[in-house]
Design a binder for this molecule. Structure first.
Ligand SMILES: NC(=O)c1ccc[n+]([C@@H]2O[C@H](COP(=O)([O-])OP(=O)(O)OC[C@H]3O[C@@H](n4cnc5c(N)ncnc54)[C@H](OP(=O)(O)O)[C@@H]3O)[C@@H](O)[C@H]2O)c1
Length: 322
């Protein structure tokens, strides 16, 4: 089968289209014929090996030869202990534990995928898993956003931000989106009430206070995050720089508690129920999974380049030609 492979960390040029053996499903895995796979910041980071946390399991060389986690496709074969799926079923999910989605076929654990709602295309389904579940847990489960609250989404013009802005608006919040100036119209089109250009304005120094800050691009110190929270405010770090991550992990809970605020990491736990919740909202038209561009398998490097340069507004999806 065809797959986009790499053997060393680096820029998109380290990727190449190659012929590789089709994977065989383990006992608890399904083999999926990939119809669509979306590109995530986690693919960009794991390709480059930066930040350092992207090298977990592969400090010197990539742990996975094939990237791509958000897949949608049709089950081709199942392992002997799989009970929920059979060949022919349409499924989608975040295959972060095994990756391998930038290929014609991929193996995923049974519990990593869910049945694709019939009303969603493979492309729409592939746009949902990682970004949608980050947003759902960040805004609803862990952020506990309520009507009338002031919510700031840092990195609101990317994949997870696109869902987070919409979910926060659905909850009845006033939403501020922070991203580069090229994404301001996009954030407003998602429903953001205010937008901030991170290149010109440090959102922690405007004097505004927020009840919830969902940080998809955390680069500041924990004291900044404490300052920008309103009383009882919740800050959730999802991604960004390692120094910022360490500060939030080590000092956030204590500094926050002393000020009557919550400052914590959000470690996203993938589960089929959250996946289906977001998918059903998309199927109903309540959430829109915005697809910025479509690519073919041999164009994965270009898709990653666009994401890495910060030009993607919403999701980039690789589609199969069949
Ligand atoms: N915690 C977890 O369990 C978990 C799980 C999976 C993924 N993640 C992380 O989640 C994060 C978000 O993923 P995603 O798929 O939404 O990424 P994405 O599509 O690349 O979106 C990130 C957005 O943040 C913007 N940005 C970059 N630097 C910024 C800054 N200093 N201030 C404000 N915005 C900035 C980017 O724009 P530019 O073009 O300007 O760069 C981009 O629009 C990633 O860091 C990923 O590693 C976390």
């Amino acid at each position: 089968m065809k797959a986009v492979v790499y053997e060393r960390y680096g820029p998109p040029e380290v990727l190449r289209l190659d012929e590789v053996d089709r994977p065989r499903p383990g006992d608890d895995q399904v083999l999926i014929k990939v119809h669509a796979v979306s590109v995530n910041a986690s693919d960009w980071e794991t390709m480059r090996g930066k930040p350092m946390y992207s090298r977990i399991g592969g400090p010197l060389r990539p742990r996975f030869r094939i990237l791509g986690s958000d897949v949608a496709g049709r089950v081709e074969a199942v392992g002997k202990s799989v009970t929920k799926f059979a060949p022919g079923d349409e499924v989608f999910g975040d295959n972060l534990a095994l990756m391998g989605g930038f290929a014609e076929y991929v193996c995923a654990r049974e519990q990593a995928v869910a049945a694709k709602p019939a009303g969603l295309s493979f492309e729409q389904a592939a746009a949902i898993p990682q970004a949608g579940v980050i947003a759902l847990q960040g805004i609803r489960t862990k952020g506990r956003v309520r009507s009338g609250e002031r919510v700031l989404v840092n990195g609101a013009g990317g994949g997870a931000g696109m869902f987070a802005v919409q979910l926060a608006k659905l909850a009845g919040a006033h939403v501020t989106g922070v991203d580069n100036a090229g994404k301001h119209d996009f954030m407003l089109s998602l429903g953001a009430d205010d937008v901030i250009d991170y290149a010109r304005t440090d959102f922690t120094r405007t004097g505004e206070r927020y009840d919830v800050v969902l940080d998809l691009a955390g680069h500041l110190g924990v004291v900044n995050y404490r300052r920008v929270l309103a009383p009882n405010g919740r800050y959730r770090y999802v991604g960004g720089s390692v120094p910022s991550l360490l500060q939030v992990l080590l000092f956030g809970p204590l500094l926050g508690r002393r000020a009557g605020k919550e400052i914590r990491l959000l470690v996203v736990r993938q589960n089929p129920q959250d996946l289906l919740t977001v998918a059903e909202l998309c199927q109903a038209g309540t959430l829109v999974p915005v697809i910025d561009q479509r690519y073919s398998l041999d164009e994965v490097p270009q898709a990653l380049q666009r994401l890495g340069e910060g030009r993607a507004k919403g999701k980039l999806v690789i589609t199969s030609t069949e």
